[in-house]
Ligand binder design. Structure first.
Ligand code: UDP
Ligand code: MN
Length: 240
């Protein structure tokens, strides 16, 4: 049958979490043959996220992996590192076969990208809209091959791609047991892809030769509120 797509979503508690996760989950409900791995950046899984995932009816794995407390203040620490690592640990333990895609909870996804990434042989890549700097991050394609990247942040990076802009065939994860997400902010994607021991020429351009934007790096913002830092649950009592 067609390969399963393992969608890995790191998430953490904040006011916009349930709004973001609702939007993402209802996008994923349009994707067949996918398995959602949600990893909370917390000591334990939460009831509100559990119920949200459960309601989708999707096959899922719900995990928790908190960032070490001493890393919280560091400006060099990337976001969602330790929970993504936990997902990689689970995928290796399960010897999962298929496709790996990291889908942050706050991005926007056109469902067409999921069908396209299913055919990934090694690593597929495509543009991501609304990226800091140039407004878009995109592989540069010539004669069907990736030559370079149009990206506002190239500094020391071989693969200047956003987390939302690539998918990996899980075979590469298993044959490269040391491949992990590095902690250094801005180098998570590049560090991971380098560890998969691939070349630029191995990258497979999707989204019609990287000419279409099917994924956006959207960000949600909390409204200004005096004392409410996050919501504990999705339910409110409006019978005043
Ligand atoms: N994230 C997390 N713990 C954190 C901060 C972020 O698990 O302390 C998750 C977040 O929910 C998202 C991903 O990591 O799925 C990237 O975070 P964010 O969207 O805040 O970063 P940016 O879009 O600025 O890269
Ligand atoms: Mn984000």
């Amino acid at each position: 049958g067609e390969p399963t797509i393992y969608v890995v979503t790191p998430t953490y508690k904040r006011m916009t979490q349930i709004a973001d996760m609702t939007r993402l989950s209802q996008t994923l409900m349009h994707v067949s043959n996918m398995h959602w791995i949600v990893v909370e950046d917390a000591e334990t899984t939460s009831e509100v996220v559990h119920e949200l995932i459960e309601r989708t009816g999707l096959p899922y794995t719900h995990l928790a992996a908190a960032k070490p407390p001493d890393t919280k203040e560091s400006k060099w620490m990337g976001r969602g590192v330790f929970n993504r690592r936990e997902a990689l640990r689970w995928l290796r333990e399960e010897k999962a076969e298929g496709i790996l895609y990291f889908a942050d909870d706050d991005n926007s996804y056109d469902v067409r990208i999921f069908e396209q990434m299913r055919a990934t042989q090694k690593v597929s890549v495509w543009p991501v809209g609304m990226i800091l700097g140039l407004g878009i991050s995109s592989p540069i394609v010539r004669n069907g091959k990736i030559e370079a990247f149009h990206d506002g942040f190239q500094w020391g990076r071989k693969f200047s791609v956003d987390m939302a802009g690539f998918a990996v065939n899980l075979r590469l994860l298993h044959i490269n047991p040391d491949a992990t997400i590095p902690t250094r902010v801005s180098y998570l994607e590049d560090g991971f892809l380098k560890k998969l021991r691939i070349d630029l020429k191995d990258l497979e351009p999707l989204a019609d030769g990287c000419t279409q934007v099917l994924v956006w790096h959207t960000k949600t913002r909390s409204p200004a509120t005096p004392d409410l830092k996050h919501v504990e649950a999705q339910y409110v009592d409006t019978n005043l």
